[in-house]
Ligand binder design. Structure first.
Ligand SMILES: CC(C)(COP(=O)(O)OP(=O)(O)OC[C@H]1O[C@@H](n2cnc3c(N)ncnc32)[C@H](O)[C@@H]1OP(=O)(O)O)[C@@H](O)C(=O)NCCC(=O)NCCS
Length: 231
């Protein structure tokens, strides 16, 4: 998938789920904790227990951003500053918003409130990798899937892929493809879980423009496997 060298997601941010600071109380129950639970009975323990329930409720809300609070929609030019603030990669987002304007693809952005939580680009123009062009003509690709580091593993990536597939389906596509780096076994596991299968033509070299942290434009190449899903 298309990646750029100045990715900022996940760097230097605290985990908003707050699980590391979660207070531990003695009334958590569970096998083997019965004695401790009994020993701390009385008003204090009831208060602790109520606080624990409230904490757990808050934790559930924080750990489940997918739902009413998560909105996925095509990005707009005016949202470029917010995208760059959350995810970096100004040249990438400026380019994809311009392509979207020309009808060449769609930049889908997941929002939590007024902050972007992740994005995926649905590429609907001929692939520049020759083998992909040859074996998957006219098949759109989900490209540059990413979720802000501290918000990963909350279902947002899954929701973005679903939104990309729905969009492709609405546009009349019957298949969608994506590339995954050979070493990115975690992402591949996610795709396979969602029904993507290897295209059967072996790895290809994906090359894409990237921007280093110092602003220099570079080309990045990587061996990728192509996966396909019937919609
Ligand atoms: C891949 C990615 C978009 C998934 O988003 P997510 O919101 O974490 O995904 P979900 O919560 O819907 O699903 C979780 C699954 O994603 C995969 N995953 C989780 N963290 C990951 C990470 N840091 N890198 C790659 N894949 C990851 C795992 O398969 C995980 O399943 P598991 O919890 O059973 O191990 C996100 O982790 C990410 O931005 N990773 C870095 C960029 C990247 O590798 N993009 C994919 C390029 S092909």
């Amino acid at each position: 998938m298309d990646r750029t060298a100045d990715r900022r997601s996940g760097e230097g941010s605290a985990d908003p789920s707050g699980t590391s600071g979660r207070p531990l109380t003695c009334c958590r129950g569970g096998a083997g904790e019965g004695n401790r639970t009994l020993k701390c009975g009385g008003r204090r323990s009831r208060l602790a227990s109520r606080r624990n329930r409230v904490d757990r409720h808050n934790e559930l809300v924080r750990l489940s951003p997918v739902g009413a609070r998560l909105q996925i929609r095509p990005g707009a030019e005016a949202e470029l500053p917010a995208l760059v603030e959350a995810l970096g990669q100004r040249p990438f987002f400026a380019d994809r918003l311009a392509r979207q304007h020309q009808g060449r693809g769609l930049l889908l952005v997941a929002w939590l409130g007024d902050r972007p939580a992740g994005d995926v680009y649905l590429l609907r123009e001929p692939a520049d990798v020759p083998e992909v062009h040859r074996y998957l003509p006219g098949v759109p690709q989900l490209d540059h899937l990413e979720v802000v580091g501290p918000l990963q593993r909350r279902g947002i990536g899954t929701a973005l892929i679903g939104a990309g597939e729905d969009t492709a389906r609405r546009l009349g596509d019957q298949r969608v493809a994506l590339g995954v780096g050979l070493a990115n076994v975690e992402a591949r596991r996610l795709y396979e879980r969602l029904g993507y299968v290897d295209w059967g033509h072996g790895p290809v070299v994906g090359t894409w423009p990237a921007v280093r942290d110092d602003g220099a434009a570079v080309a990045v190449s990587q061996l990728i496997d192509m996966l396909v899903k019937h919609l």
